[in-house]
Design a protein around this ligand. Structure first.
Ligand code: NDP
Length: 248
């Protein structure tokens, strides 16, 4: 991967991805664009950027759709004709566990805005740069080194695996994200840009909670390995961090 952009990098899985991409020598990345809502408060990310010149921090609240063109321009100014090889839609929110008697309309709309509308619209904004990367790397097989979009979904978005109920805002917004992945995979097929949904595993983060079985440092290297393994056969599919295919 030459250039990769990840949303929601000030903490959790996004920050873990940045750490491990900077560490891993076999995925030496020329440009890592790490977006976050408040760069001034992103101390760990800022300290990494001071040590690694290939890490660029960009301010982005994914709900601010009007700022997308500006973000694309900032990336374009750095990558030039090389385009953007990989867009990772990672930023996400999860309303508290809700049974039907507790669910509120604003939880539904907020989870939808961040978890499904934003990944779709950000991907739309980056299509020219993704196409550019795919063209610039015509000799490479389809995959994340050429041009791809990874949507960080969740097993809770799987309708087939829902044996517990509740969680309406989160489940529905991630099921919607999976539907977006599937449609994008067809819409971007001709442009040779792959689109895949990934369940990153249940990980100890602010969202995953303390009882989660996986540490960030256990799951993230496997997620990065999965990025490297993604090929045409994964396009439009739903996979977990260890490569296992998941039901919709
Ligand atoms: P965290 O709650 O630790 O981090 C969420 C990240 O998303 C933060 O960087 C947060 O930024 C960012 N974010 C939220 N809203 C916005 C917004 N409007 N604009 C920009 N950034 C925003 O969660 P995780 O790291 O655990 O989750 C990352 C992704 O992985 C999510 O999509 C989540 O659904 C998914 N996931 C996580 C699992 C887990 O077990 N941890 C399991 C399955 C899926 P800020 O600090 O500014 O709020």
């Amino acid at each position: 991967m030459k250039s990769i952009l990840i949303t929601g990098c000030n903490r959790g899985i996004g920050l873990g991805l940045v750490h491990h991409l900077l560490k891993s020598s076999n995925t030496a990345t020329s440009n890592i664009f790490a977006t976050c809502r408040n760069p001034q408060q992103a101390e760990e990310l800022t300290s990494l950027a001071q040590k690694h010149s290939n890490l660029k921090i960009l301010q982005l609240d994914v709900k601010n759709f009007d700022s997308y063109n500006d973000i694309v321009k900032q990336v374009q100014d750095v990558v030039g004709d090389g385009g953007l090889n990989l867009l990772v839609n990672n930023a996400g929110v999860s309303s508290k566990f809700t049974r039907v008697n507790l669910v509120k309309a604003d939880q539904m709309t907020d989870n939808f805005l961040v978890n499904s509308v934003a990944p779709l619209m950000l991907t739309k904004a980056f299509i020219p740069l993704l196409k550019q990367a795919s063209k610039a790397n015509e000799s490479l097989p389809l995959g994340c080194s050429r041009a791809a979009v990874i949507n960080i979904s969740s097993i809770l978005g799987s309708i087939a695996e829902n044996q517990q109920g509740g969680y309406y805002p989160y489940r529905c917004s991630k099921a919607s994200l999976n539907a977006i992945t599937r449609s994008l995979s067809f819409d971007l097929k001709e442009d040779k840009v792959l689109v895949v949904s990934i369940h990153p595993g249940w990980i100890k983060t602010d969202m995953g909670g303390k009882q989660a079985p996986l540490e960030i440092d256990q799951a993230v290297p496997q997620i990065i390995q999965l990025f490297s393994n993604i090929s045409q056969s994964h396009n439009g599919g739903f996979y977990q961090y260890d490569g296992k295919q998941l039901p919709w």
